[in-house]
Design a protein around this ligand. Structure first.
Ligand SMILES: CSC[C@@H](O)[C@@H](O)C(=O)COP(=O)(O)O
Length: 369
């Protein structure tokens, strides 16, 4: 995607080839700042502190983090230490483990001297594969939007609700949930996006809205609880969300609040789609309730961050000092509430057989009923 006319990825090798350049997403939408990752510790911190976030981008950052580690020390011990360090940064998005396993499989058989160059090449390939996957998801999702617009009056937009940020900032490019939206918009199909603000970290209000504004896609930010009301009044034609981990049976883990949108969608007959890149499938799990759910810092709930009228970006307390809080980062939408999984190979029914019809090579690995 472009930022002020310049093609940009949220992660790429730095111009001098000595580091990794990322967009610091903790600064958006107030400031657009690039950060430089030079070491394994920098990469681990970028994931943990959410300078980068979103399942596919976490995976790509971990892959580049292994490269940074190998530049300093390419021994077997250093490789295992890098994998362990990066794997411990965030628990829910399976792409992190997927990318690290891929890097181990690529690097472990090689002599240490060959590992830095091989790590750089494989991390770049993982990033490029993510772009191709997301573009393909967009093509398949575009067909759904085309069918919906066919039932509209001329010029009337397709209203799409999304939760969190599953946009290009959460991936290496295109986004997953936003890829069909960008492709529809670019094809001249009128779309309008309802953007859930997505407390506590407001990835919808701060990131998805920034992306859509940057690309000129009509949208409105809504509070997290507005979706049900909009659906009751016929103002949502479809929901598309991303996912951090989807089981072999089609249960979808995504940002907290996704499940409630799926329930409201079912009650109102609104199709609920999940954009699902194949590295986000956890073939070892058959029940979404087994997915580890990240519990995050209480300060994300007790405070909101925002820019004051004086231009300062500050946290502001919104709860009484005496109240304790709980901060679950993700929830699981059962497969029965999902209309379809939009993968790079086409749209799958949210079930084991549905996924295996598109990814038959995983039959032996796929968890049973
Ligand atoms: C294409 S990203 C899909 C998901 O990773 C996204 O919707 C999400 O929940 C991100 O959570 P985050 O906590 O911001 O990493």
């Amino acid at each position: 995607m472009k930022v002020k006319g310049t093609p940009m990825r949220p992660i790429q090798p730095s111009a001098d080839g000595q580091a990794v350049s990322i967009i610091d997403q903790t600064k958006l939408p107030h400031e657009f700042v690039l950060a430089r990752l030079e070491t394994l510790a920098d990469a681990a911190n970028a994931i943990r502190a959410m300078l980068v976030r979103g399942a596919p981008l976490i995976g790509a950052t971990a892959a580049y983090g292994v490269w940074l580690a190998m530049r300093a020390d390419a021994s077997d011990e250093a490789l295992e230490n890098a994998i362990d360090t990066l794997a411990a940064t965030r628990p829910t998005a399976i792409n992190l483990r997927w990318a690290l396993e891929d890097m181990r499989g690529t690097l472990a058989p090689l002599p240490p001297a060959d590992r830095p160059a091989a790590a750089f090449a494989r991390a770049g390939a993982i990033a490029d594969e993510d772009v191709a996957i997301n573009h393909a998801i967009g093509r398949h999702g575009l067909e759904i939007i085309r069918r919906l617009v066919a039932g509209k009056r001329p010029g009337e937009p397709v209203n799409i609700l999304t939760h969190c940020n599953a946009g290009w900032l959460a991936t290496v490019d295109w986004g997953t949930a936003t890829s069909p939206i960008y492709q529809a918009h670019d094809a001249g199909i009128p779309v309008h996006v309802w953007v859930d603000e997505t407390r506590p970290r407001n990835q919808g209000a701060g990131l998805t809205a920034w992306e859509l504004a940057n690309h000129g896609v009509p949208h409105k930010v809504i509070v997290d609880n507005a979706g049900g009301h909009l659906m009751q009044h016929g103002l949502v034609d479809m929901v598309i969300v991303g996912t951090d981990r989807t089981t072999a049976t089609g249960d979808v883990c995504n940002k907290i609040g996704t499940y409630l949108k799926a329930l409201a969608a079912r009650d109102n007959g609104v199709p609920f789609y999940v954009a699902l890149p194949s590295p986000t499938i956890d073939w070892s799990l058959s029940d979404g309730r087994a997915i580890p759910i990240e519990e995050r810092d209480a300060a994300e709930v007790t405070h909101v961050w925002g820019r004051t009228v004086d231009g300062e970006v500050l946290p502001v307390r919104v709860t009484p000092e005496e109240s304790s809080v709980a901060n679950y980062g993700f929830d699981v939408t059962p497969a029965r509430l999902v209309t379809g999984l939009i993968t790079e190979r086409g749209i799958a029914e949210a079930s084991r057989e549905g996924l295996l019809a598109l990814f038959p090579e995983y039959r032996a690995r796929a968890a049973g009923e």
